[in-house]
Design a protein around this ligand. Sequence first.
Ligand code: SF4
Length: 446
Amino acid sequence: MTPEPRRTAYIETYGCQMNVSDSELMLGTLAAAGYDAAERPDGADVILVNTCAIREHAEQRVIGRLGELKRYMGRDTIVGVTGCMAQRLGPRLLESARHVSLVIGPDGYRALPELIDGARRGQRVTATEFDLEEHYEDFTPRRFDRVKAWIPVQRGCDYRCTYCIVPTTRGPERSRRLADVVRETEAIVSEGMTEAVLLGQTVNSYHDGAHDFADLLRAVGTVPGLRRLRFTSPHPNDFPDRVIRAMAEVPSVCEHVHLPMQSGSTAVLRRMLRRYTREGFLDCVARLRAAIPGLALTTDVIVGFPGETEADFADTLSAVEAEGFDDAFRFKFSAREGTPATRMPASESVPDEVAGDRLERLIATVRSGARGRNMALLGARREVLVEREARRGEAMMARTRDFKTVLVPAKTARPGEYLLVELTGTTGSTFTGAPVRERAALPLAG
Ligand code: SF4
C-alpha cells in the first residue's frame, strides 16, 4: 500500500521577532503532527498568517494579503490567522474573511493540529484564551535561521504603555524557567549555532520566581560553545546594577542594547505611561555606557503623540543628539483601537502634517549622527559573524558584536563563520569589510 503523502503547511510571518519565534514553534508542532513546511502558499494544505497588531498599517497589509491568498487555495486548503491581530479581532476576523476558518491567539498554538483537523471537518474556530502557564516548553521549534537562534524567555507585558496594544494581545507577563532556557541554549549550540537572542516584550524584567535577568545572562551566557548573546527588547526601568554588571562581566554578552526611548520629553513620557523621566532614561544610558566600553545603542522613537508640543519634540531631538544612538526605529503615532491613548482628548491630537514634519527632522538627526559615528570607524577592525547572502551584489551579510551590518566578499565567507575584517567603506549606515586574517585563526567556538 502506498503511504499517504505528508501534508504541507505554509506560515507567513509579520511583525516582531517574537512572532518569528512563534512561527518556528508552530512549524515545529506541525512537523511533529506530520506536516512538512512549504516554502510557498501555492499547493500548501494549510496556510497560516501570523500577524502583528501594533500598527493600523500592519493590520491593513494582512487584510490585503488574506484576500490575495484566496487564489492559492485548493478545495481542501485550510487558512488560519494567528498572532496579535487574531487575538485582537477574534471572531470578527471569521466574519470579515469567509475563507478563513481558524483564528488563534498567541497562547493557543498547542491545539493547532487538532484545530486544523476540526477546520477540515468544517468547523470555524476562534481560540483566543490567555494561558498564563503556556511557554510551549515541550515544542521543538523548526528554526528559519541556521546561524543565530531566537529564544523566547518571557511572554506578555505588565507595563501598559498607553499607546500599546501588546498587553491586550499577549496578556500578562510570565517568564520561562531558567533551566529550560539553558537547556534550549545547549540544544542550539549542539546544532552548530553560536549566537542566541533572548526574546521578551520587556526581556530584562525576566523573573522565574527564583532567578532574575542577571542570573539568566550569567547562566545562558556561559553555556559552552555560545559565542554571542543578545537580548531584545529591554525596558529602561529594568536595568538594576546587577543586570548591568552581568552584561559587563559575561564575555559572550554583546556590546549592543536596543533601548526604546519613545520620547525625550518627560511630559510626553508621562502621558505614554512609560514610568521613567527624560533624566531617568539618560541616567540608564550613562550607567550602561560607564560599565560597557564601546556599547552601541539603538532605540525606538514615536513622534506626534497626543499633546506633544514643539518644545517636547525639541527635547526628543536633543536626547537623540546627546545619546548618540547608532540607529533608531522612528514612528509617527497612530492610535490603536483598544488602547488608552484613543481616549485622550481630540484637542490634544497632533495634526498629521506636523507629525510628518517632525518625523522627517528626526530621521535627518538620527542619520547625520549615525553617519558621523560610522565614518569615524573606517579603518577599524572588527570580528563579524557571517549571517547570510546579502540582498544585492556578490556579498555576504555579516554582523559585528555591536550590531553593525558589514558586507564581506562572498568568496571569503560562509554563513556561521567568524571573520576578522577591516571596515573599508560605509554608506553611513552599513559597512563594507575586507577580511584581514585567515579564518583558521578565528575558529568557531564549540
Ligand atoms: S513595555 Fe509598553 S510598549 Fe513595550 S510591550 Fe509593554 S506596553 Fe507595549
